[in-house]
Design a protein around this ligand. Structure first.
Ligand code: JO2
Length: 124
């Protein structure tokens, strides 16, 4: 199976122009989370992982993401954070898959960096 890198264009490559502004869905502009909710898991905020289908994802960890809708049954299958189960985290605005919600001893979100933007991209 070949490695496929997530190919979206809207990476969070620049620091936030104003750190208090929300991080939004890159596809529809829905506010998703905030920098103040960034946290470390396994000692890092950012992680790169590959799933069983061969797709690589660059994840950012947040203690909450109120703009996400969590969907599907929790599963430990191939979880990248040992001791956690994951569910899909979708944009409440447009259903784009933004990452995963994890629960173990605590719950958190791992969101795909390229699917977030510093501001609304369509209506903002
Ligand atoms: C979350 C996906 C994943 C897994 C996935 C679709 C189907 C399956 C997807 N490790 N999950 C994690 N599946 C991630 C993973 O912590 O592999 O990528 O197992 O059937 O999100 O596209």
């Amino acid at each position: 199976m070949s490695t496929r890198v997530d190919a979206d264009e809207q990476a969070l490559e620049q620091p936030a122009p104003q750190p208090e502004l929300p991080l939004c869905c890159a596809a529809c502009g829905q506010p998703i989370t905030r920098r103040c909710w960034a946290q470390q898991q396994l000692g890092q905020h950012e992680h790169t992982f590959r799933n069983p289908h061969g797709y690589s994802f660059h994840l950012l960890c947040f203690q909450q993401a109120p703009g996400c809708r969590v969907e599907g049954p929790p599963t430990a299958e191939a979880s990248w954070f040992p001791g956690t189960r994951w569910q899909f985290a979708l944009c409440q605005g447009c259903d784009t898959h933004l990452g995963w919600h994890y629960c173990g001893r605590e719950c958190f979100f791992g969101l795909i960096a390229t699917r977030l933007a510093h501001r609304q991209t369509q209506s903002g």
